[in-house]
Design a protein around this ligand. Sequence first.
Ligand code: NAD
Length: 326
Amino acid sequence: MIKVIYFDKVFPDMVELIESIKPSGVTVTYWYTLNDKEKEQALNSADYFLVALYKITQELIQKAPKLKMIQKTGVGVDNIDLAAAKTLGIPVANTPGGNATSVAELTLGMIINLYRKINILDRETKKGNWMSWEFRPSSYEVKGKTHGIIGFGNIGREVARLSQAFGTNVIYYDLRRLEPAEEKRLNVTYHELNELLQKSDIISIHLPLTPDTKNLISERELALLKPTALLINVARGNIVDEVALYRALKENKLLGAGIDVWSKEPVEDNPLLTLNNVLATPHIGAGTRDTLQTVLGLAFENIIATTRGKNPRFVVNGVTTIQQNR
Ligand SMILES: NC(=O)c1ccc[n+]([C@@H]2O[C@H](COP(=O)([O-])OP(=O)(O)OC[C@H]3O[C@@H](n4cnc5c(N)ncnc54)[C@H](O)[C@@H]3O)[C@@H](O)[C@H]2O)c1
């Protein structure tokens, strides 16, 4: 039997889904259902860690003497101690692209919601307040706007495709600029970050959190935005300086912000939650059944391949082979 620990919170329908996707020959132990003694036992015999957002620390990795690979169901690996895994020769793999559609669709949903105040009007209509006119002067169409995409990987590109369907002009910033022919094919234009921030009506962030991207959008960058700009962060909380964003929103330096990811999750006492021009969600970018099926499928496929002697795919910490004798 191949022993896998699944670390994130589960509910009965989540367990049912994982059990239905899990290949034969694999047993999954659900971390959240275990007491301390059972956790120690599970770590002792685990062959694979399967994780979405739970923090995989050096201590957890060291307590699993048989651990062969850490498999992320998603893309951002900032919750995993990559260096500790590397020191022990344990590959960390992710599932690139598997969640791009869900994150991109949430991005577009946030844009439309912020432009049309759907969440506020839903609440008010249900309370009996007929606010048919109040928001019209501050509501907008997506069509014709300039959408600046920061981070043009799998998610950024899918956002571009969906946004263009609404009639936007897409500009992008990324560490790696595309070939001119590719830019032409995708109908996008490259801009340096400051220029993108100045020109865009809608800005969405699709970067990994790294030392280079921490607080990439801070007071100086926020000062460049148009007062009618929307900022959508569906990447990682610490890419945007939340204190500076709160101040900018409070002073109406931008129209609104859609925030799915936070410096501290779950969010506690964050002043951003008190603002009407903030649309807040609890890290649900990839949170659909469709994405779960895709990323769990990719993750189990990778695990099974390594049990048959293949090297893992999508390794992100440079360890490309499995130590079968662990
Ligand atoms: N909200 C959610 O639930 C959710 C779900 C999935 C992914 N994410 C986040 O979205 C991020 C992007 O996902 P993806 O699948 O598009 O990843 P990706 O690797 O396909 O794309 C990331 C892009 O960022 C660029 N980049 C990296 N560092 C940069 C820097 N310092 N400056 C400029 N560009 C830089 C890369 O060149 C790449 O094009 C993930 O790392 C993750 O943090 C969030």
